[in-house]
Design a protein around this ligand. Structure first.
Ligand code: SF4
Ligand code: SF4
Length: 468
């Protein structure tokens, strides 16, 4: 009976595939994947891994490409330094990112999980491939785990553990480099635990966590821990693009029998799609299963089989639940997708504008506490101010101050104001304005901060004067 799912509907949704009825872990031994999409994923992962490992080494304007130093509250994105004072830009960027992720997921499903997520890339494209190389394909791995400890098992497990630990150490170093910067990391590594026990301990702790995740915890990250994975149920709908089984074409499934004229659906119940699945599910149970990371391994496996029986590829493919139910192809340019894309463009434009108009420095000017004003013999009034300027660039800036409102002057007290790279400069100055130019006892004035004769930021403040 074509068009119906054969398995008991939705029963599989009551439990996850990697935990049995007693709550024990079911270890997944996926068959080594191969195929066109797997090869494409390999190339994408090579590019992303290169970017990830080279990221901390690449500098733009003398700053790293990306650094998220939560401890010192210093953030660098694409070589641009953000301070806590840029909080609103970071909040907007965060909101834009959340909206982007939601809209992207509504339209393109879990494309990110299968192709871009570091967890999938490291597990499927690094650790799992090393495991296949050392322990063999899934049947050999099962046999190795069952066999008593002997020379072969000790050797294979030791080599695998050593390589896994080494890669985990490299990942931990890279991760820390993105947090504290490559220069700080170098110090921790080169000077050893005697100089920075906390830094060194953190590095070791992260190595241990990454090893545990990729050697033992594995796909459970996606099904149990990852909030993005857990939220799929509310973000995806029947129009989203997902890896799906075309049950209209495949059912009723039946094994191939020699000499029999086949009247059933295209699925020959070979189980290849289940054997390659790294999360241990059967995609034929239905699309949008919690565990499915859209890795495409089942598409490749099924296409291999379907080619052999001389049927058209795509029994398992990227498609939407709705399109499969209606027997048509998924279309990208629907009014919904265009609407979502328009919202994304507006958000990204707002963000770009904020970044472009952002000042290189930010000044805070306040009247010095406890000081009122001074009258001079020349008929001018002086107010004393404290100034603090933050440098958002990576170069030193000698500063000059100018009064932008009225004809007054500014005299910096003490040495010249020099703003260190990525630092803060503080100083004290007098603003002096002729009495006859002041409107009242409390006037608003604007002070400009200049670097190299170029106005880099302005700040409004109050100017006090006598009533008469
Ligand atoms: S069902 Fe297919 S796409 Fe989903 S995780 Fe398993 S193999 Fe990957
Ligand atoms: S690989 Fe394709 S043909 Fe084989 S069981 Fe899965 S869906 Fe059916």
């Amino acid at each position: 009976m074509a068009g119906k799912i054969q398995t008991a509907p939705d029963e599989f949704r009551d439990h996850i595939s990697t935990v049995d009825a007693d709550g024990k872990r079911v270890w997944v031994y996926p068959k080594k994947p191969k195929g066109k999409l797997y090869n494409y994923r390999k190339w994408v992962s090579y590019a992303l891994l290169t970017l990830l490992f080279a990221g901390p080494l690449i500098k733009l304007n003398g700053l790293p490409l990306l650094m998220l130093n939560v401890v010192e509250r210093k953030f660098v994105i694409l070589g641009v330094l953000f301070w806590p004072q840029d909080f609103f830009i970071l909040v907007l960027a965060f909101l834009a990112m959340v909206v982007f992720i939601i809209l992207f997921t509504v339209v393109y499903g879990r494309l990110f999980c299968g192709w871009i997520c570091p967890q999938t890339i490291f597990l499927e494209m690094v650790f799992r491939r090393i495991e296949y190389a050392i322990e063999g394909n899934y049947t050999k791995q099962k046999a190795l785990n069952k066999m008593p400890w002997n020379g072969e098992k000790v050797l294979k497990k030791t080599v695998k553990t050593a390589i896994f630990l080494l890669i985990s150490l490299v990942i931990a170093n890279t991760f820390l480099a993105f947090v504290i910067g490559i220069d700080e990391l170098k110090k921790i590594v080169l000077e050893g635990p005697q100089h920075d026990l906390v830094g060194f301990g953190t590095l070791m702790a992260f190595t241990g966590v990454f090893y545990w995740v990729f050697a033992y915890f594995r796909e459970q990250v996606c099904t149990i821990v990852c909030p993005y994975g857990r939220l799929q149920g509310v973000m995806l709908d029947k129009k989203s693009l997902v890896v799906a089984y075309d049950y209209g074409r495949g059912e009723p499934r039946a094994k191939l029998r020699k000499g029999h004229v086949r009247t059933q659906g295209d699925c020959i119940d070979c189980n290849q799609c289940v054997q390659v699945c790294p999360t241990g599910i059967d995609i034929r149970n239905g699309a949008q299963q919690l565990e499915c990371i859209n890795c495409t391994a089942c598409i490749d496996a099924c296409n291999d089989i379907i080619r052999m029986i001389e049927k058209p590829e795509g029994l398992i493919r990227y498609d939407s639940e709705e399109a499969i139910a209606e027997g048509r192809k998924w279309t990208l340019f629907t009014p919904r997708v265009l609407g979502y894309t328009a919202i994304l463009v507006v958000l990204l434009s707002a963000l770009t504008t904020l970044l472009v108009v952002r000042d290189d420095a930010q000044a805070t000017i306040l009247r010095t506490p406890g000081q009122l004003y001074q009258k001079t013999e020349q008929g001018t009034i002086k107010n004393l101010y404290n100034i603090s300027v933050i440098n958002k660039t990576n170069h030193e800036m000698p500063l000059t101050l100018k009064l932008l409102s009225g004809n007054g002057t500014i005299q910096v007290i003490g040495s010249e104001l020099v703003l260190p790279a990525q630092g803060i400069a503080e100083g004290v100055f007098f603003a002096e304005i002729p009495k006859n130019q002041l409107q009242g006892m409390n006037s608003k004035i604007e002070i400009g901060v200049y670097y190299d004769n170029e106005l880099i930021t302005t700040q409004d403040t109050k100017f006090l004067a006598p009533a008469k």
